[in-house]
Ligand binder design. Structure first.
Ligand code: SDX
Length: 418
């Protein structure tokens, strides 16, 4: 591609690789030139080999493997390994990985005192962001981010401890005693045990529900340069430790436009109340009065492939739990939206959050825990990008520029004269 600056007549020819061209080309024309790109709609912030999202064709692959195959044949811990290290583990590698994660699920006893400091009705995402950041104070060696062994140790700790922190936050919110990890259980079965065990000596989750949660975690594990992953990379680029970087990513995920959408979908379905009210709600959306939560995506301009798999998983869960009364409203919303020009013109389809909330609710999770589940699942994705960032020779501290539109120079006026 040749770019010509008509002010000077100077031109520069740049290669186009992977639908991108280097912004350095602009500085060859005029070193003060900057790309103005609010919200980075047309900016490739890095080169990555972790996840491919093809929005036009509704394709999602982790390290080249189609999400449909991973959801069908793999499990969450194996997908964590794949995202982090680039290859599916051998049997021995998987056994070692599973042992590492299983034996690092406990948190320092002092963490319970942090959680005790919150109000009884503290949102579990607020608790999670805080306690993940607090973990950095227990592992000062995590600051040595260029020590390979330390990096590996913190990665294992974070993946292993997120469910424990999440379960503690939930148990605190309902006034129940914390349940410690049960290392004889699988990753998701242990999480369900820490959430739901009461007086019984051992909690055996329904295998169909434990598997459904494992599939949901696989589907949420990574999604290239989304908002929260960009937060992870931004904080990681300053060479902060992985705990505070993960806390920043959790904070980004908390927003209702990102990971908070699954909770907002249920609020929306409850507000609609019945199938009869769906057409009127759709009209309000088309007037711009409100949004169809769980619909639309910055990258997917067709059906989010994860939403398709989640829809199938919902049927498996509902066989155990009974069908969610809100499903009928959700199906009607989807049916009308997919045939209405307002949504078709804007390429708005169900995204990962549209049906996931119905499953979580049917499994007994309170609404406030939905984004926490997303955070547990996305942790390996955040950490894979953190690792990739540290190994990327092009990495520098993230420091974008701006288009200044503020006041010209002016002189200070004393308060008596204002
Ligand atoms: C996730 O990035 C990722 O990969 C995220 C994620 C991941 O795995 O990390 O996939 C997870 O965050 C999924 C998205 C969850 N969020 C929601 O479901 C919230 C509702 N969706 C939207 O707010 C919106 O679609 C976004 C935030 C997801 C994307 O917004 P964009 O790309 O910034 O698009 P936009 O807001 O500029 O909207 C473009 C047009 C606008 O109409 P016009 O002003 O041009 O007339 O589409 C309209 C918007 O009003 N629009 C919607 C809509 N989403 C966009 N109208 C109604 N309902 C919606 N949901």
């Amino acid at each position: 591609m040749t770019i010509t600056d008509n002010r000077t007549g100077r031109s520069v020819t740049v290669p186009i690789e992977g639908s991108t061209f280097p912004s350095a080309a602009l500085r060859e024309l005029d070193r003060t030139l900057r790309l103005y790109d609010p919200a980075f709609l047309s900016t490739a912030s890095c080169a990555s080999s972790i996840t491919l999202v093809d929005g036009e064709n509704g394709i999602l692959r982790y390290r080249g493997y189609p999400i449909e195959q991973l959801a069908e044949q793999s499990n969450f811990l194996e997908v964590c390994y794949l995202l982090l290290y680039g290859e599916l583990p051998t049997k021995d590698q998987y056994a070692e990985w599973q042992h590492e994660i299983t034996t690092h699920t406990f948190v320092h006893e002092k963490v319970k005192r942090f959680i005790d400091g919150f109000h009884y009705d503290a949102h579990p995402m607020g608790v999670l962001v805080s306690t993940v950041a607090a973990l950095s104070t227990f592992y000062p060696e995590a600051k040595d981010i260029f020590d390979e062994q330390s990096r590996q140790q913190q990665i294992v700790r974070l993946i292993a401890k997120m469910p424990t922190l999440a379960a503690f936050a939930y148990r605190y919110s309902v006034g129940q005693p914390f349940v410690y990890p049960d290392n004889s259980l699988s990753y998701t079965a242990n999480f369900l045990s820490m959430l739901w065990r009461i007086a019984e000596p051992r909690f055996d989750a329904n295998p169909a529900l434990a598997r459904a949660l494992d599939v949901l975690f696989i589907l949420h594990a990574d999604h290239e340069q989304n908002c929260s992953t960009t937060a992870m990379r931004t904080v990681g680029s300053s060479q902060a430790d992985p705990y505070v970087a993960t806390a920043a990513a959790c904070a980004g995920l908390y927003g209702p436009l990102h990971g908070g959408a699954n909770e907002q979908v249920i609020h929306m379905l409850n507000r609609i109340g019945s199938v009869d009210n769906v057409p009127a709600y759709i009209e309000r959306v088309k007037k711009g009065e409100t949004r169809l939560m769980g619909f639309g995506h910055r990258v997917y301009k067709s059906y989010d492939p994860r939403a398709k798999i989640i829809r199938q998983t919902a049927d498996e869960v509902f066989e155990v739990t009974g069908v969610s009364p809100l499903l009928e409203i959700a199906l009607k919303l989807e049916e009308i939206a997919l045939s209405d020009d307002y949504f078709i013109e804007r390429q708005l389809y169900p995204n990962v959050d549209f049906y996931s909330g119905l499953i979580y609710q049917a499994m007994g999770f309170p609404l406030a825990m939905f984004t926490v589940l997303f955070a547990i699942a996305r942790t390996p994705g955040w950490l894979a990008h953190w690792l990739e960032l540290l190994g990327d020779p092009e990495t520098k501290i993230y420091r974008p520029r701006q288009k200044y539109i503020g006041a010209d120079q002016r002189d200070y006026v004393s308060i008596d004269e204002r």
